[in-house]
Design a protein. Structure first.
Length: 213
């Protein structure tokens, strides 16, 4: 039994081993959110959307808590984030054992908290993943594995995007992401769209092109 509840769309084009697109939703959402993209995504992928482990009433979930101090400054629970990071890596291993997935073609699409964790998974365990679509997120140094800078990032490739009027995660935070990846010599492309904390239609088409390249 998997530790994470998930939705799956099996590939419509069957190969010996098919690539995987693992969808990681944002804070307060659930596995149905990004899964709404599934019908539009390439036919040869397994599309699996995971539900985060921490319930948030009334009907959402989180990968880790967002805590507030007395002055209403918000900060993330990095211990929970690290637990979720490693839980997702275990989940990837489970999926590869359960389905005929090509272990060299595991791709992540993360939104907000899901994107923050996608950075942590890819840079901490680069051997596990291939392409990463990081939507409306940022790089959090505190949830990386110790010594991650020394990893081999040669097969990683990032598509990063952000809304210019994002009221949840400032676009200034996102603009630092390519700088971090460039220092690590990680292949990446960065896009901005005139939206808030969400995914514009053009953003969807652009990351779909990135996945199909």
């Amino acid at each position: 039994m998997s530790k994470l509840h998930y939705l799956i769309r099996e590939p419509k084009v069957i190969l010996d081993k098919n690539p995987l697109l693992l969808l990681l939703h944002g804070y307060g959402s659930n596995e149905e959110d990004l899964f709404s993209f599934a019908s539009e995504l390439p036919d040869h992928y397994y599309i699996i959307s995971a539900r985060a482990p921490y319930p948030l009433p009334p009907y959402g979930n989180a990968w880790y808590a967002i805590d507030f101090d007395a002055n209403m400054n918000k900060f993330s629970n990095d211990e929970q984030a690290i637990e979720s990071r490693d839980l997702i890596v275990e989940f990837i291993d489970e999926l590869i054992q359960k389905y005929p997935i090509d272990s060299t073609k595991v791709n992540l699409i993360g939104f907000s908290q899901g994107a923050i964790l996608s950075y942590a998974i890819a840079l901490s365990y680069p051997e596990k993943v291939n392409k990463i679509v990081a939507l409306s997120g940022y790089f959090n140094q505190n949830i990386m594995k110790d010594g991650y800078e020394n990893n081999d990032f040669s097969k990683l490739s990032f598509f990063i995007s952000h809304g210019t009027v994002d009221q949840v995660i400032p676009v200034e935070w996102a603009r630092k992401n390519p700088e971090v990846l460039n220092l690590l010599k990680v292949s990446n492309e960065y896009h901005e769209y005139n939206v808030g904390h969400g995914v514009a239609p053009q953003n969807f088409y652009d990351f779909k092109d990135f996945l199909e390249k």
